[in-house]
Design a protein around this ligand. Structure first.
Ligand SMILES: [Zn+2]
Length: 127
């Protein structure tokens, strides 16, 4: 049995290569975390369960819920990397009500590129 005091962390990889970054769906309500805006750009589409979105490319945390912001007030988010993410989220006090989904995917640009993004879903917002 998993430690009820630890946030849950799952890692998945998409088959190489992907045409577009994969759209991750909320495991609680099924909402896509990103939607396509007019003109084709992808824009964040946070449901009530989405705690954060961390893009492994230089962007860092591109979305934070109000609750996530309050839990990270004393933290320096600029220093967090995907490698440290699992340990970092365990310090935030979500216990096992947070599921972090680490998504690895690659594309073929001028060379083979790999990306790791992390999505946090807060199961405490379910009731
Ligand atoms: Zn949701």
């Amino acid at each position: 049995m998993n430690d009820p005091k630890k946030s849950q962390y799952a890692s998945v990889s998409y088959p190489f290569p992907v045409e577009e970054p994969p759209v991750i769906y909320c495991p609680l309500c099924g909402s896509p975390t990103f939607d396509q805006a007019e003109g084709g750009d992808m824009v964040i589409n946070p449901c009530q369960h989405l705690a954060f979105v961390f893009l492994g490319r230089p962007s860092g945390f591109i979305y934070q819920s109000k609750d996530f912001q309050s839990k990270t007030l004393e933290k320096d988010l600029k220093d967090v990397t995907t490698k440290e993410m699992k340990g970092f989220i365990e310090t935030l006090g979500y216990d096992n009500r947070l599921l972090a989904l680490e998504v690895t995917y690659g594309d073929m640009g001028d060379a083979e590129n790999w990306y790791i993004d992390v999505y946090g879903f807060d199961y405490n917002t379910y009731c």
